[in-house]
Design a protein around this ligand. Structure first.
Ligand SMILES: Nc1ncnc2c1ncn2[C@@H]1O[C@H](COP(=O)(O)OP(=O)(O)OP(=O)(O)O)[C@@H](O)[C@H]1O
Ligand SMILES: [Mg+2]
Length: 385
């Protein structure tokens, strides 16, 4: 992919300050990528973002957009190519949601019909029903809904580049997670080049194709894929920033669909004890899964329990509680596993039918693979540390 944004020696020295807020930053961002700028408060993330669309004028350095030097281009023209979601949303309080979202198209003088159609499309895109929310005011929306409006407004004129400054910062963890997931799904459709600022390393790992970990003055401590940052942090600053639990965080990068599932013997619950015992005899496992007529897992049963005389299998063994779908992360699977009583998570498809299982051994093997793969991508001087 060609570079969409290229920053060269970009520097900002605010009036009256002795050290630059951004100090000679070099950064290349490929087309269609989400790059996360992450770093401690005050390290210069917002200043960097605002220089890219020249809300803040750089003291020195060069900004290139699609190979073209835009450092001195008319800022209004530049901003049409760049959508901006500001820290703390910043909707106009006395304007309706509809007018907030259509700010840029109205500035650009689009015909009314085109503006109305685009508004409808954008509201659907971010999951807000136009007829319900179009004429409301920002204060009549929840925090999460306002964040969606902020995203819709930035997308309005369909710019190739989006700058997002802590777009989900003010949300509770559940709404935040939901919006992150929706946004990742949306990005698969719209494929924008996105520069996304956060100070939350977990959000960075989840959302980023690449992560730039910044120290004071927007100095890059490491610029790599999330896998590499986790497996081979460049120095102690990065290691400290990642914090504890790097191995657990890696589990958030691997999906259940990416690992080989374990297979267990199965038997239809309606087929009875004899059939279940026969299924077990021809396998090396000591337990099997009892399924309903649509191959949905119902119970775990052990040979010992099946061997006892009795009628129906409806309450033999343990109920299957922990199930996940292939789109779940291994972190999610581990969480289900810890909450279950059997140390095995059952993987089912969208209709609930059995696909296989994940256990601790599978998870450990996956962590090992991620580590090895990431190490192989790391330049030698880094992995030698
Ligand atoms: N208008 C300004 N005038 C002078 N100094 C400023 C101005 N804006 C920011 N700064 C300083 O520049 C540095 C970087 O600020 P910036 O807002 O870019 O940080 P940040 O990384 O976005 O922090 P946060 O995570 O808290 O949002 C800080 O030391 C800040 O005090
Ligand atoms: Mg900031």
């Amino acid at each position: 992919m060609p570079d969409m944004i290229e920053l060269e020696q970009l520097t900002k020295l605010y009036d009256g300050q002795s050290t630059p807020a951004v100090d000679s930053l070099d950064l290349r961002i490929a087309e269609g990528e989400i790059v996360i700028l992450v770093g401690p408060s005050g390290c210069g993330k917002t200043t960097t973002l605002k220089m890219i669309n020249r809300i803040i004028e750089p003291s020195s350095g060069i900004i290139r957009l699609q190979g073209e030097d835009v450092t001195r281009e008319n800022p209004d023209r530049l901003r049409r190519r760049i959508g901006y979601v500001i820290q703390q949303v910043g909707l106009f309080p006395h304007q309706t949601i509809g007018r907030n979202i259509t700010t840029v198209p109205r500035l650009l003088g689009w015909p009314q019909k085109r503006i109305d159609d685009r508004l409808d499309e954008l509201m659907h895109l971010v999951g807000l029903d136009p007829s319900t929310y179009r004429d409301r005011f920002p204060k009549e929306l929840s925090g999460g809904q306002r964040q969606r409006v902020g995203v819709a407004r930035a997308l309005a004129a369909d710019p190739p580049v989006m700058l997002m400054d802590e777009p989900f910062g003010a949300l509770d963890p559940i709404s935040r997670e939901r919006l992150q997931n929706e946004f990742l799904r949306l990005q698969e459709e719209i494929r924008k080049t996105i520069v996304f600022v956060t100070h939350d390393i977990d959000e960075a790992i989840k959302m980023g194709d690449r992560i730039a970990i910044l120290r004071e003055g927007s100095v890059i401590a490491q610029y790599d894929t999330p896998e590499t940052v986790l497996a081979a942090p460049a120095d102690d600053f990065v290691r400290e920033f990642i914090g504890s639990g790097a191995a657990l965080k890696r589990l958030g990068l691997v999906r259940v669909r990416d690992v080989e599932l374990e297979q267990w013997p199965t038997s239809p619950i309606s087929a009875g004890r004899e059939a279940a015992l026969r299924a077990l005899e021809s396998s090396e496992h000591g337990s099997l899964l009892l399924l309903d007529e649509r191959r949905r897992p119902l119970r775990w049963a052990h040979a010992r329990e099946l061997g006892q005389p009795g009628g129906s299998l409806e309450d033999v063994g343990l109920e299957v509680r922990a199930t996940v779908e292939p789109s779940a992360t291994l972190a999610g699977a581990l969480d289900s596993m810890v909450g279950s009583r059997v140390g095995v998570v059952v993987v089912v498809d969208g209709s609930g039918a059995l696909l296989g299982t994940v256990d601790m051994r599978v998870i450990m093997a996956a962590v090992e693979t991620v580590r090895t793969d990431a190490r192989e991508q790391v330049p030698e001087e880094v992995s030698a540390r």
